[in-house]
Design a protein. Structure first.
Length: 202
């Protein structure tokens, strides 16, 4: 959803920041989706007696994973950044159709998955001993996702703005301060920037 919104913003207003956000969300979203499918299979084996069934929810989640892979492949296959951003944004908007399918697949088709337990319009029927840990994990997952997006977007900004004076000043300040690149959180950005600067000089 966020990737599609960022892609739409880029297509309409040509905001580079939106394109960078969409770019960093794709591998993060793919990782989350893959983890959900793998852990679901591990849970499904003792519960359903099989690792995988072509259930509507599972199939739509698998399609989402392929959409993530498609966006990543498009962004890396094209030489022109602008063309890669446009292609990724368009595919993200097309993939947006899959979101309601994932959400309502348990209601539209007869699946192994149960309907939604948590609803905004109804009181949860889940026992508090299970509900509280679930809510904590939901909030934690969103916070972790937001943190990953922020950190990776920061790296993307520094990478694209590496020739600007403010980035060079930041790198110089790090060198003068003698910061340990292995221990400092800026090490990823620093290494990427230096690598690209070296390539630009060759």
């Amino acid at each position: 959803m966020m990737m599609a919104v960022a892609g739409a913003v880029y297509l309409i207003w040509r905001m580079k920041m939106a394109a960078w956000v969409a770019k960093v969300i794709a591998p993060i979203g793919a990782s989350f989706c893959l983890i959900a499918l793998l852990t679901g299979a591990i849970w499904g084996k003792p519960t359903w007696g099989t690792w995988w069934v072509w259930d509507a929810r599972l199939t739509s989640m698998l399609m989402l994973l392929f959409l993530y892979f498609g966006v990543i492949a498009l962004q890396r296959a094209m030489e022109s950044e602008d063309a890669s951003y446009k292609a990724g944004a368009i595919l993200s908007l097309v993939g947006l159709v899959n979101i309601p399918i994932i959400k309502y697949s348990v209601e539209w088709w007869n699946t192994l998955h149960q309907p939604a337990t948590l609803k905004l319009t109804e009181k949860p029927s889940m026992d508090p001993d299970m509900l509280v840990p679930l809510l904590i994990m939901i909030v934690t997952s969103y916070v972790f996702f937001a943190l990953l997006v922020i950190l990776n977007t920061r790296n993307e900004i520094l990478l694209h703005e590496r020739k600007r004076s403010w980035v060079k000043q930041l790198l110089s300040a790090q060198e003068l301060a003698g910061l340990s690149l292995e221990d400092d959180i800026e090490s990823v950005s620093y290494t990427h920037l230096r690598a690209h600067e070296t390539d630009s000089y060759l």
